[in-house]
Design a protein around this ligand. Structure first.
Ligand SMILES: Cc1ncc(COP(=O)(O)O)c(C=O)c1O
Length: 425
């Protein structure tokens, strides 16, 4: 693939930071190397000495003095090597990406650590999206994506979707405005980027079927699109086997995948990953060099020690426990929805994630109902409009999360919501 055609002028202009390169050389060097190069502070002056963190299974993560000095120091912009290696092995085992053994220029699978997947997404958009570009996505979509994309001045084009995610026929129809023969012409307006959340969509809870992914991938090939696969709920799929990912189908090197540890290990530690063709991951890393420099070394070491201690099996066992929790929560929400909302609303049972997307019957726009009336009755929900490309368009949906509240609280919340809806009809 010709990756240069996808880059914005800003991204193409990014150059490696000479200081950051020296830091990386220094970190790979034996202790015999005398470095007068890097401007790193001397960790002997830092007030922290050591720490130990108790894991719930009884294990201890221990940072002795040497490890602590490393944890408190600058580190590589792409992520600390031991975490990256662990994650690359996991990606290969889970997705078996066809690109794993490609040459770098052909789009070899590469990865970098990001400060949550949000940082990865934001940097990927900045790398690919110019003002005026046509960008495809299936709205309603994650408000954080809209917040990152809209200021770039692009034209967001909605691709029809349902409870099984983006509809390939709908995408085909949208793309039929353009001729595939025009894709590589100068000043072509053919979209170059398609964004989707393939599992447990935020806010819709929708999960894409394998067949739909295959068809969307084929259309992406026809129109030479990059697909951004934003998959923070991959590990929260309630049924096994987990659906094959776009990454697993990526024979061309056109998938950029964002993963997140927020929903399974910690949201506050801020660890996410970008996986994609090396020429593009390199550009994201150049952006990191110039912005945050790297994700916290401390949190990366903490997570890395945990993962190395667990091994892949231990990690997946932990995930099974997380899934069980969310499945029980989902079922509790579904049964409360059945009990209180059956006459006034509609929904689909989500196969992944933490959201129920509820269509309120007979209410054209839920903004006032949720932001004024429900709040007065002490129930917090999100009015669906915030997930729309044009947030002021009326929207009859609300998003309810089953992550934090107890089944009793969920039941009480739906009881109050049901009364409010009935009052407003
Ligand atoms: C679809 C989607 N993408 C990305 C993110 C960002 O997650 P984080 O930055 O915590 O990894 C979220 C968070 O809720 C999300 O729902």
């Amino acid at each position: 693939m010709n990756y240069a055609r996808f880059l914005t002028a800003v991204s193409a202009a990014r150059k490696p930071s000479p200081i950051r390169m020296l830091t990386e050389i220094q970190q790979r060097s034996p202790p015999s190397m005398i470095s007068l190069a890097a401007g790193a502070p001397n960790p002997n002056t830092f007030p922290f000495q050591s720490c130990s963190i108790q894991v719930k299974n009884g294990d201890m993560l221990t940072f002795d003095e040497t490890m602590m000095k490393r944890a408190l120091q600058y580190s590589s912009s792409s992520g600390i090597p031991e975490l990256l290696t662990w994650m690359k092995n996991l990606q290969k085992n889970l997705h078996n990406p066809p690109t794993a053994n490609y040459s770098a220029e052909k789009g070899q699978m590469d990865m970098c650590v990001t400060t949550g997947s949000q940082e990865g997404l934001c940097k990927v958009f900045e790398m690919l999206v110019n003002p005026g570009d046509n960008v495809l996505l299936d709205a309603p979509t994650y408000s954080g994506t809209l917040a990152a994309l809209q200021p770039l001045g692009c034209n967001l084009i909605n691709v029809p979707s349902d409870q099984h995610g983006m509809i390939p026929g709908g995408l085909k129809e949208v793309l039929s405005r353009w001729d595939p023969a025009d894709v590589h012409k100068p000043h072509s307006t053919v979209p170059r980027v398609l964004y989707t959340i393939p599992n447990g969509g935020n806010p819709t809870g929708a999960s894409m079927t394998t067949q739909r992914k295959r068809e969307v991938y084929e259309l992406a090939r026809q129109y030479d699109l990059l697909i951004i696969e934003d998959d923070p709920y991959y590990f929260l799929q309630f049924d096994k086997p987990w659906a094959p990912t776009f990454l697993s189908m990526d024979v061309d090197g056109r998938i950029i995948r964002t993963d997140s540890f927020s929903k399974i290990l910690s949201s506050g530690l801020r660890i996410g990953f970008v996986t994609g063709p090396k020429p593009l991951v390199d550009r994201v890393v150049l952006h990191i060099q110039a912005s945050t420099m790297h994700t916290s070394t401390f949190t990366q070491l903490m997570v890395s020690q945990l993962l190395h201690g667990w091994g892949q099996e231990g990690f997946l066992n932990h995930i099974d426990g997380v899934i069980e929790f969310y499945r029980t929560q989902r079922d509790a929400m579904l049964s409360s929805a059945d009990k209180w909302l059956k006459d006034v609303a509609e929904w689909h049972s989500p196969a992944a994630g933490m959201f129920l997307w509820i269509k309120v019957k007979g209410v054209a726009d839920t903004q006032k109902l949720i932001m004024e009336k429900a709040m007065e009755k002490e129930v917090l929900l999100v009015p669906g409009g915030v997930f729309m490309i044009n947030s002021s368009d009326p929207c009859s949906y609300v998003r309810a999360a089953f992550s934090l509240s107890t089944p009793q609280q969920i039941d009480e919340a739906f009881k109050r919501l049901s009364a409010l809806i009935k009052e407003s009809l």
